[in-house]
Design a protein around this ligand. Sequence first.
Ligand code: SF4
Ligand code: SF4
Length: 336
Amino acid sequence: MVIIAKPKKFNLRLMVQIFFFTLIALISVNKTLAATGMGIPFLSTASLHALCPFGGVETFFSLVTTGLFIPKTQISAVILMGLVFLLALLFGPVFCGWVCPLGAFQEWIGKIGKKLFKKRYNHFVPTKVDKVLRYLRYGVLVWVLTVTAVSGTLLFANLDPYHALFKFWTGTVALPALILLVFITIGSLFVERPWCKYTCPYGALLSLFNKIRIFKIRRKTETCVSCQKCSRSCPMNIDVCRNETVSSLSCISCYECTSDRNCPKAETLLVQATQKSPQVSIAVVAIVMLTVFIGGIVGSMALGIWSSKTNDQGSGGKNNGNGQKNKVEMQEEVTD
Ligand code: SF4
Ligand code: SF4
């Protein structure tokens, strides 16, 4: 008997995740290479903090109140913050589900966990404990924004697992960040995206857009056969099958539940603005997302607004957006 293997369905989200992960990894390596004069031409050597939209959130208070960026951040982070907010308003936290390299890293580690624990994977934390823990990230968000506003420095950088992931080999990462990264890596073997679920301050902020996003995930009850495959496919343990509209704060807009890899009934889980409006395909979501990101960056470069050059080559201190210190605030030695 000849067994014909089913062709694997194309995973667009995985392609986008690999693209952004590789890009950030290359920029990180290039920064080190550039210091030795062997940098890759045409590739950015920016600080990872200047390319992180959460850096934009952290520096925003300082920018509005004093007109200065906190050390390691730049206008690039503020522009990225705006682009991510725009996308979140349209489709929810697509940054978390499609772009964030730390999110992708946890998912990839999770694939090992799925192989090891099969159906038990992502179900180790008791529901009651899980419910309480999900509030933790809002506390982290308030704490990070408060200490950053009060201190005028990126104190969170010493705990930042995203920075640790792409810089662990440089010897410049603070020990607490490295320890946190190890915890997240081990945790991802048992729980899908533990950092996103319980601790990420940026995920907490973006989660609020789930309540106001224009395009929501809707389940057509007429065609749904209640097989629960959508709920089982959700990395954030959302019971999609029991909702007509997904409005959970935990949704990361990965759209795994809507994929035909998971829901067997075509046109049952739809991305729509209203029940009567036309559905938006995942390919369209991806195209809009990439257009907004790439178009926003290229557009701001063309307008001369974009800059990712920070004052991180020596001692810190707030900068005025030209990468120059304009205060003698020798607050910290910046090594990123
Ligand atoms: S509800 Fe769907 S889009 Fe939201 S996190 Fe779960 S699988 Fe992803
Ligand atoms: S996977 Fe599709 S058919 Fe199955 S319960 Fe979810 S929405 Fe209904």
